[in-house]
Design a protein around this ligand. Structure first.
Ligand SMILES: Cc1cc2nc3c(=O)[nH]c(=O)nc-3n(C[C@H](O)[C@H](O)[C@H](O)COP(=O)(O)OP(=O)(O)OC[C@H]3O[C@@H](n4cnc5c(N)ncnc54)[C@H](O)[C@@H]3O)c2cc1C
Length: 391
């Protein structure tokens, strides 16, 4: 049993928060802990934004400022600098979602290219990220994944998606900035996986630059990792994976039920936890070939990874292992890890308020539906308020 429970240290966790910021965070988590409020709030906010009602100010001063770095990358600089005073790095996450046309996909690609240039030689931003659906139509990934033949026009469209990935990965390699590619719904993910593997093969020849994402709530991902590993060994390139549990569980289960196929999601939370931890173990056993970005807010998994690193005699700042959390969440994990010398990076979402709403709604819903997560944030914030009061 671990005796050194470093994540309980709220002084380190919230050292960057003023008293009023602490109060604001407490108030916010209190609000989003009320599930019906989040449900009604999400619907009302979307309607109000569609009707051009002036509610942006309200969103900005509440959820947006808590979970996002700003509207553009320059807005995020002060957040990035502040985090880096505690050696917590940033992953600038252009969180504009739900785009559907070629101009928007090109614009997203240009934004990511700009970010990779912006990050070049900046120690505080060693990693960039993009979402597959930011670079191509969801329905196109879906059709590719279903292995139906594409029309000539669709094939040309897919070729443009490939080109966008290629430009971004080439620039990432040139600027020596790792590039994480997020994972999304299983019914579009296979096409993205095949493409990311191609990119790894092309650009991970000297070290891992391109990272795919493994959603370990899927029961098939460990096998997938093993197979990908075999191929990479045979063909001599490095692998990089962001390991997460997965954010689309309800959607996945609902679709499987509706269309009457076996859900790709593990049968229980315990099974997902086991699968996630097995993924960590596999990657730690094969670190010479595979680098790891562990994207998790789960304390047990973070402690397990620390223990595995210690067992293997690895330095906390081993360049092949990163811990990742989202901005505005689980600071107790991020800041206590960085204090102990581990590599830590937080996703800093940014973008116009209206466009990041799907991201914000997911965060709010996750904080109501993930048992314990909001309760934990609230308890930690309350502990820190109490500690400061007693000074
Ligand atoms: C830096 C970072 C990057 C991320 N990138 C992605 C990404 O690219 N794609 C993506 O999908 N998600 C991504 N996520 C979100 C992530 O997948 C999780 O939704 C979130 O982090 C909560 O999981 P957790 O590991 O923190 O731990 P926990 O809070 O312990 O686990 C919650 C998760 O467990 C799983 N779960 C819950 N109940 C059950 C059940 N009954 N049966 C089976 N499984 C269950 C679900 O995945 C749920 O989200 C990212 C998260 C972080 C921190």
């Amino acid at each position: 049993m671990r005796t050194d429970l470093i994540f309980n240290n709220t002084e380190i966790a919230f050292s960057l928060k003023s008293d009023s910021e602490l109060e604001r965070a407490y108030f916010l988590f209190k609000m989003i802990s009320v599930a019906p409020l989040v449900k009604i709030g999400a619907v009302a906010t979307n309607l109000a934004l569609k009707a051009n009602l002036p509610i942006e100010g309200l969103i900005r001063s509440t959820v947006f400022d808590h979970f996002c770095g700003g509207v553009n990358e320059n807005d995020c600089v002060s957040v990035i600098d502040k985090l880096y005073t505690k050696k917590v790095c940033s992953v600038l996450d252009y969180s504009v979602e739900g785009k559907e046309n070629e101009d928007e996909f090109d614009a997203a690609m240009h934004k990511i290219l700009e970010i990779i240039d912006f990050a070049k030689a900046k120690e505080a931003i060693p990693i960039a990220v993009f979402k597959p659906s930011g670079f191509g139509r969801f329905a196109l990934y879906e059709k590719m994944s279903s292995r139906k033949a594409l029309t000539e026009k669709e094939q040309a469209e897919w070729d443009r998606v490939v080109l966008r990935y290629d430009k971004v990965c080439a620039k990432a390699k040139k600027n020596d900035v790792a590039i994480l590619i997020d994972a999304e719904e299983s019914w579009m993910q296979e096409a993205a996986d095949i493409l990311v593997t191609q990119m790894m093969k092309k650009y991970n020849t000297e070290k891992p630059i391109v990272f795919n994402t493994l959603q370990m709530y899927r029961h098939d991902r460990l096998k997938f990792l093993e197979v990908e590993h075999e191929v990479a060994q045979r063909e001599n390139y490095f692998l990089g994976y962001k390991l997460v549990r997965g954010a689309y569980m309800e959607k996945e289960n609902e679709r499987a039920e509706e269309l009457n196929y076996k859900s790709p999601i593990c049968a229980s939370k315990a099974h997902t936890d086991q699968n996630f931890n097995a993924g960590l173990r596999y990657m730690l056993e094969n670190l010479d070939d595979i680098s790891l970005f562990a994207g998790t807010h789960n304390e047990d998994s973070a402690y397990l990874l620390m223990d595995l690193m210690e067992e293997k005699g690895l330095a906390p700042n081993d360049s092949r292992i990163w811990f990742g959390q989202l901005y505005g969440m689980s600071d107790h994990i991020s800041f206590n890890l960085s204090k102990k010398g581990y590599n830590v990076a937080k996703y800093i979402p940014f973008g116009p308020v209206k466009d990041v709403m799907p991201y914000l709604i997911r965060r709010a819903e996750e904080n109501t539906s993930v048992a314990g997560q909001t309760g934990r944030e609230l308890a930690l914030l309350a502990m820190e308020k109490q500690r400061r009061k007693a000074l």
